[in-house]
Design a binder for this molecule. Structure first.
Ligand code: MF3
Ligand code: CO
Ligand code: CO
Length: 248
């Protein structure tokens, strides 16, 4: 079941999305070497609650925290805890809020202090790929156009696109149809219509695209132990093209 959102619903997702983006701005200001990911998560949770929203990940399918904080070789769903942030780390923070019943989902990669050139290049590629994917969005375009744009951006740089995790419809539920792969062929896949709202959240790996799950059942790491970067926006298909709903 694919839900098309009314203008009123898009506005509610925009309000939730703006708060999620502001929570990332807040997290970015807090982020520094020596901080534990658990302490950062608690601060993010307080920020979200102080603004009248609920952290969507807390208790979601048993997930135990208010954000996902994934460092270096951790691709996604890093569980905040005792791990200490260090100079040179690539830190991915993913925040999802529920405000007035609507979800806003956004993530960014932050470089802590001086990071290796290759790490910075990876983060920049992930961000550029996300925006190139977003730029494909308009009524009549296909989901495959988004994936192809992302792949064509990062693969010539020697990086790879994670296939195991995909973007997703979002609105009154965290994860709705459709699935939004970050790879694919132009002219294939679901045809986009105004009112569709979904995330574009490419995970880009320095080495191989494969991931493995740790024993905690959540933490996904690169199988080769090399770096991964991710950016995520919640995007609406508009009559003219696209609108990012997770801007601060
Ligand atoms: N925010 C993630 C996404 O982009 C989902 C996290 S689910 C969790 O879809 F349970 F791991 F937090
Ligand atoms: Co998402
Ligand atoms: Co997310």
């Amino acid at each position: 079941m694919i839900f098309l959102k009314s203008a009123e619903e898009v506005e509610l997702i925009r309000q939730s999305g703006r708060l999620a983006a502001r929570a990332l701005d807040f997290a970015a200001a807090e982020l520094r070497p020596g901080l534990t990911t658990g302490a950062l998560d608690k601060a993010i949770e307080a920020f979200i609650r102080d603004h009248g929203a609920v952290p969507a990940t807390l208790g979601y399918r048993g997930y135990p925290a208010s954000s996902c904080i994934s460092i270096n070789e951790v691709v996604v769903h890093g569980i905040p805890g005792p791990r200490v942030v260090r100079e040179g780390d690539l830190v991915k923070i993913d925040v999802t809020t529920i405000l007035n019943g609507y979800f806003g989902d956004t993530a960014r990669t932050f470089c802590v202090g001086e990071v290796p050139a290759r790490a910075r290049a990876l983060a920049e590629a992930a961000e550029k790929a996300m925006y190139l994917g977003i730029n494909e969005v308009k009524p009549g375009a296909r989901l495959g156009d988004i994936g192809a744009a992302i792949q064509n951006c990062v693969e010539p740089l020697g990086f790879s696109v994670v296939e195991y995790f995909v973007g997703h419809g979002v609105g009154r539920q965290f994860h709705e149809e459709p699935s939004v792969p970050h790879f694919g062929k132009r002219g294939t896949g679901l045809r986009l219509r105004a009112g569709l709202v979904f995330t574009i959240e490419p995970m880009i790996n320095e080495g191989v695209h494969t991931v493995k799950l740790l024993d905690d059942g959540w933490t996904a790491v690169t199988t080769d132990g090399r770096l991964s970067a991710q950016f995520e926006h919640t995007v609406a298909v508009t009559p003219e093209g696209w609108e990012i709903l997770t801007l601060s």
